[in-house]
Design a protein around this ligand. Structure first.
Ligand SMILES: *[C@@H]1O[C@H](CO)[C@@H](O)[C@H](O)[C@H]1NC(C)=O
Ligand SMILES: *[C@@H]1O[C@H](CO)[C@@H](O)[C@H](O)[C@H]1NC(C)=O
Ligand SMILES: *[C@@H]1O[C@H](CO)[C@@H](O)[C@H](O)[C@H]1NC(C)=O
Ligand SMILES: [Zn+2]
Length: 385
């Protein structure tokens, strides 16, 4: 019967809401992995023979490699992660930045005045940002979410300020932090990305560079830095050092279809071949944990999908999607009592309303009978619809 179904649904949603941790919308940010380093001589590796990277670069077959697939059902919610706070990102146009086609990516050098000042145990200094992309047919993000690639991905690479420079930090376990964002197609041109893309033609040849005026680099990242994933990983290009503390933002960035095409089509490398599909395949987790700063939204049945943060990696990984935490610790909580009280109140109200509606209905049909003779019907015009 309808009222009972409604009541049950109502009670369930109340109980579930009271059982979930308050969702954190902390406006901080995330930090992300540091990635490929094309150390001066950019070796001889290529994207089309990724399986052989490990022959020259031992770390590429390690157990903490990047990128990874983020399985949203298996991330452990940790709202206690410190929000990311960035400083010095708002560069003036007096400052000029070097834009490079290094044969593997489009890279913008960043000044050491740009820093992640909170979110990690140490301050991290910006070194460069770069992109990964595919082609019109193949989306080219490196990380995937629930096995789905996005059209492109931005990486802002930072090194730990306790080391002298990027090169020294890159091989240290706590050396790097990379902030990553997914780039999607939107309806409007992204004027912030245009600050870079308007000069991309000037570096179409491998190993060429140009200078562009500074701008607010923060605007290349999503507006909401508070929702992010965090995991321990590596550079996604040789030498694949496993030294990157990755932050991957949940909110993505949009650029126009034309802008994405410009990124996909302009650069050349490798004896004038087109530079595209510069992304590494997702790597195995090998038991690593992926944290998220935010809780999942309830699914259609009002269930929380993510297991809560716990010290037990395996149980988190085996967590059945939709496992509920209602009354998980046995006793009645204040939420349960409230939910029951509201449920009863709701049901009584519903019942009274139905009785009332039934009586009105009877009255009205009597009235209709009486009034019928005097009514003039008017046809509905189009505007009424
Ligand atoms: C990454 O940063 C978090 C937050 O500071 C920290 O708990 C974690 O240990 C770091 N990971 C590594 C590998 O240093
Ligand atoms: C990353 O590694 C650090 C240092 O080993 C560890 O303390 C931290 O818990 C790891 N982070 C995750 C998300 O597993
Ligand atoms: C953002 O988080 C929501 C909720 O978990 C998820 O459904 C969505 O796929 C995520 N998107 C990205 C790009 O991480
Ligand atoms: Zn990268």
């Amino acid at each position: 019967m309808l009222p009972w179904t409604l009541l049950a649904l109502f009670l369930q949603s109340l109980a579930l809401n009271s059982a979930s941790p308050s969702s954190s919308e902390e406006d901080g940010s995330s930090e992300k992995d540091g990635r490929e380093r094309s150390k001066g001589s950019h070796g001889h590796w290529r994207y089309n023979d990724q399986d052989s990277w490990a022959m020259d670069f031992h770390d590429c077959k390690g157990k903490s490699q990047s990128p990874i697939n983020i399985d949203t059902r298996n991330v452990a919610v940790d709202p206690g992660m410190a929000p990311i706070k960035l400083e010095g990102y708002d560069l003036t146009d007096e400052e000029s930045l070097k834009l490079i086609n290094n044969g593997h990516t489009l890279q913008l050098s960043l000044p050491g005045s740009m820093r992640i000042v909170s979110g990690f145990d140490d301050v991290f200094v910006a070194a460069q940002l770069h992109f990964h992309w595919g082609t019109r047919e193949v989306p080219g993000s490196e990380h995937t979410v629930d096995d789905v690639h996005f059209p492109a991905e931005i990486h802002v690479v930072h090194y730990n300020s306790k080391y002298a420079n990027f090169a020294e930090a890159a091989s240290r376990p706590d050396g790097l932090a990379v902030l990553a964002g997914f780039i999607q197609i939107g309806l409007r041109e992204n004027e912030n990305y245009e600050k870079i893309l308007s000069s991309i033609k000037d570096v179409s040849i491998e190993d060429s560079d140009t200078e562009i005026p500074g701008f607010n680099v923060l605007h290349l990242l999503p507006a909401n830095l508070g929702r992010f994933y965090r995991y321990n990983g590596s550079l996604t290009t040789p030498p694949c050092f496993q030294t990157v503390n990755w932050t991957i933002f949940n909110e993505s960035i949009t650029v126009s279809r034309t802008q994405l095409a410009t990124l996909e089509d302009t650069l050349k490398a490798d004896r004038d071949r087109h530079l595209s599909k510069n992304f590494r395949a997702p790597q195995r987790l090998h038991g690593r944990r992926v944290l998220s700063s935010f809780g999942a939204l309830p699914d259609a049945r009002g269930r929380r999908v993510n297991p809560p943060f716990s010290a037990d990696v395996d149980s988190a990984n085996n967590g059945v999607p939709g496992n509920e935490r209602v009354g998980a610790d046995g006793g009645f909580t204040r939420g349960d009592v409230l939910a029951t009280a509201f449920g009863v109140l709701f049901f009584v109200t519903l019942l009274s309303f139905m009785v009332y509606a039934f009586q009105q209905q009877k009255k009205y049909s009597r009235f209709k009978k009486d009034a019928r003779q005097n009514v003039i019907y008017q046809q509905a015009t189009k505007e009424d619809i």
